[in-house]
Design a protein around this ligand. Structure first.
Ligand SMILES: Nc1nc2c(ncn2[C@@H]2O[C@H](COP(=O)(O)OP(=O)(O)OP(=O)(O)O)[C@@H](O)[C@H]2O)c(=O)[nH]1
Ligand SMILES: [Mg+2]
Length: 456
């Protein structure tokens, strides 16, 4: 199938040292050749250049110089897209890259759609769908842990598990279908027993993968942690400590923070979005009232609540109110100002440990970071599952697969006709296949690749 040759700027728009314009397709070398003039002693025309070599020269358009460049020539199939790829490295800055792109479009290339290079890598069988998604995860990773998880996915760790699961379900299905072809032969009780066991194992594995979803989500988009408590408890001081710089205003005036402040920090490899909020109390004016309303909103949306109490003063009704607000939420109780004498103990009914710390001296902050990490990994995910953290699309597909597989299991147990069992099992196999793109509709592909940036 002859596809057109696509081109796009692969680096962010803006001033920089270098920029890269990328070409991919059967005509990549021919298109580059129409505007590239080799200059170096050993520089060659792209069509004559051996694969994986770099050539110095100029891009020209109608005999006018566009920019001085290096051209990398990479021939199929050892390229990202498995097609011929030419990468033109030019001076950084908005104009050089844009003018080179315009020139390439004028001499026969087509502007690439978002994600089209990666889509070609997928369509040409170089990577599967889960690996293609890992490319976006790598680009968007905000911590090293998130990055290494994305690299595992790109390397195929998740795909391998998904393929094993699908193969296993397929084998059960093949067995059933063989029986469907010979309806006179009854399926033996032994065989049924074996099929039941294999289905149960498949379902257990689906459930294990589903349990990685929360961790996967946290790594991809960060954990939302709201810092709440009464005015002056030290919420803004805690935010600043966790971020490592003075982001929020701190003052002895109760009601200093009026608006919510969001900032992301790297906590033991997890991206955590901390939200400092206005102190919870009876509002003194309309402005504070709005601030408190926003605090409550943040509290409602947070996945973790850090409830800050001031250890140096007796608890007030406002503290009890804050404690009440987070009782049914995943939360950590923080007793701040441990550099001052402790003036209270918590009532019996307040469950969970209290982390003592001081935002003034920094004492206890590291322990709090450990505690935040533990709230995410408290489920005790086995280490090998960290290599296979699913995203929400995988989660949706696995839920459907699990449902169908359970229906198949139930049908087999109650000795329903094998057609029904096979029907459910086929739904499960297809749903699992969606994850790696073995059964992917055009719509699904569009929705995945349209989320990519142009040039990737
Ligand atoms: N001694 C001591 N003082 C602290 C500590 N943490 C905060 N403070 C002081 O407590 C006061 C209030 O701190 P903030 O961080 O502004 O408190 P807040 O909870 O954000 O207050 P609002 O924004 O008004 O709700 C400031 O004067 C801080 O310097 C601490 O660990 N020890
Ligand atoms: Mg504050």
């Amino acid at each position: 199938m002859t596809e057109d040759t696509i081109a796009a700027i692969a680096t962010p728009l803006g001033e920089g040292g270098l920029a890269v314009v990328r070409l991919s397709g059967a005509q990549a070398c021919a298109v580059a050749e129409r505007c590239f003039v080799p200059l170096g002693q050993k520089s060659l025309k792209p069509s004559e250049a051996p694969s994986h070599t770099i050539h110095y020269g100029r891009i020209e358009r109608e005999h006018a110089v566009v920019d001085e460049v290096l051209v990398a020539v990479m021939r199929a199939p050892r390229t990202f897209t498995r097609e011929d790829v030419v990468e033109i490295t030019c001076h950084g800055g908005v104009l050089p890259a844009k003018l080179i792109l315009d020139t390439l479009l004028a001499v026969g290339a087509r502007l690439a759609e978002p994600g089209e290079f990666t889509k070609r890598a997928f369509l040409n069988g170089r990577i599967d769908l889960a690996q293609a998604e890992a490319v976006t995860d790598i680009i968007r990773a905000r911590t090293e842990l998130a990055l290494s998880a994305a690299h595992e996915q790109l390397a195929g760790k998740l795909s391998q598990r998904i393929n094993e699961l699908r193969d296993e379900l397929m084998r059960v299905l093949a067995h059933l279908e063989a029986h469907l072809d010979f309806p006179d032969e009854d399926i033996s009780p032994d065989t049924t027993e074996q099929l039941l066991r294999r289905l149960e194992q498949g379902i257990a594995f689906i459930e294990e993968l589903l349990r990685t979803a929360p961790e996967g989500q946290v790594l991809r988009r960060g954990l939302r942690a709201a810092i709440v408590g009464r005015p002056n408890a030290g919420k803004s001081s805690l935010l600043n400590q966790l971020l490592g710089h003075d982001r929020a205003i701190v003052s002895p005036v109760a009601g200093t923070t009026r608006d919510t402040i969001e900032e992301t920090a790297n906590v033991r490899g997890l991206p955590v979005v901390f939200i400092d909020t206005a102190g919870l109390r009876e509002a003194a004016d309309a402005l504070e009232e709005e601030g408190i309303r926003r605090s409550r909103e943040s509290l409602a949306r947070a996945e973790l609540v850090l409830c800050v109490l001031d250890g140096s003063e007796p608890l007030t009704p406002a503290d009890s109110h804050a404690l009440e607000q987070c009782r049914d939420r995943k939360h950590l109780l923080v007793r701040n100002k441990s550099d001052l004498p402790l003036r209270w103990t918590l009532p019996e009914e307040t469950k969970g440990p209290v982390l003592a710390l001081s935002c003034r001296t920094g004492e206890g902050i590291e322990a709090l970071k450990d505690a935040i990490r533990d709230t995410v990994y408290a489920g005790g995910l086995p280490a090998e599952m960290l290599q296979a953290m699913i995203n929400s699309r995988h989660q949706d597909a696995l839920r459907r697969a699990g449902e169908a597989a359970r229906a198949a299991l139930a049908a087999l147990r109650r000795q329903a006709t094998l057609e029904i069992v096979a029907l459910e099992l086929r739904i499960a196999v297809n749903a699992v296949g969606e994850i790696v793109g073995k059964t992917a509709t055009e719509d699904l592909l569009d929705s995945i690749f349209s989320q990519f940036c142009i040039g990737k």
